[in-house]
Design a protein around this ligand. Structure first.
Ligand SMILES: [Zn+2]
Length: 240
């Protein structure tokens, strides 16, 4: 759990990733009163907007549509959103982007980071963003890194579920009950008209993870859940 005044960051390679993979977590933390910031590194215009290309839209039109969809979805989930427009397929983080993210982590006092899996043989942008986000976290901890903001502590990093988890060596280490906010997640998913084929798919994924959450000792009222993998160990006076 982040501390008071700390921000939950969701680092999303493309404009819709945060909705399918972490929409429930975003809505939950927002309702608990934490500021949530989604950083969209690209609009996913090249690799995740096939429907719009087939409709004959231009690159600029596609980017505008994807931005509007993501902005609306973030609003429904209760998150702030910032777009960096660094391009995708391939998404190649720049030095300027690196510094901007380090300053984001410091200025907004990052307390929790959600981002992509470490591996994904189907999508080179996603794991590249994970490696990049982890490096930004390290730099934000470095006393000598130039910034007017103080260094950060050690925010936990959770990886959200990739599209084909078995092929991405994704190991579920946390199942988050998103039943109370699933309606909002579904509404946010329905903002993504360019990827309508994923609405039912990710509703089914949430149901399956909900069944597994109950099977793993969760409350019997759980219907929908999101799966996460940790990067760093938990710390406490007991094993949870
Ligand atoms: Zn993506």
């Amino acid at each position: 759990m982040p501390q008071e005044q700390e921000t939950v960051f969701v680092i999303s390679a493309h404009s819709a990733d945060f909705v399918w993979r972490a929409g429930g977590a975003i809505a939950l933390y927002s309702q608990k009163g934490f500021p949530v910031r989604v950083l969209c590194l690209s609009y996913g215009e090249n690799g995740e907007s096939a429907k719009l290309w087939k409709q004959g839209k231009s690159r600029d039109e596609i980017k505008k549509i994807r931005e509007a969809e993501a902005r609306k979805a973030a609003g429904i989930l209760g998150a702030g959103i910032r777009f960096f427009d660094v391009g995708d397929y391939p998404l190649q983080p720049t030095k300027e982007l690196q510094d901007a993210m380090v300053q984001e982590f410091r200025e907004h006092r990052v307390g929790l980071i959600l981002t992509h899996s470490l591996e994904d043989p189907y999508n080179a942008d996603h794991p590249r963003v994970t490696t990049f986000a982890l490096e930004c976290r390290i730099l934000a901890q470095a006393e000598g890194y130039p910034s007017k903001h103080p260094v950060i502590d050690a925010p936990p990093v959770y990886l959200f579920e990739p599209h084909q988890p078995e092929q991405c060596d994704f190991k579920i280490q946390a199942l988050l009950d998103i039943t109370p906010v699933f309606k909002l997640k579904r509404q946010a998913m329905e903002c993504m008209e360019a990827q309508e084929h994923l609405w039912e798919y990710y509703t089914d994924v949430a149901k399956r993870r909900g069944v597994q959450a109950v099977r793993n000792g969760g409350d019997k009222s759980i219907v929908y859940a999101e799966a996460y993998q940790r990067i760093y160990p938990t710390v406490g006076s007991e094993l949870l």
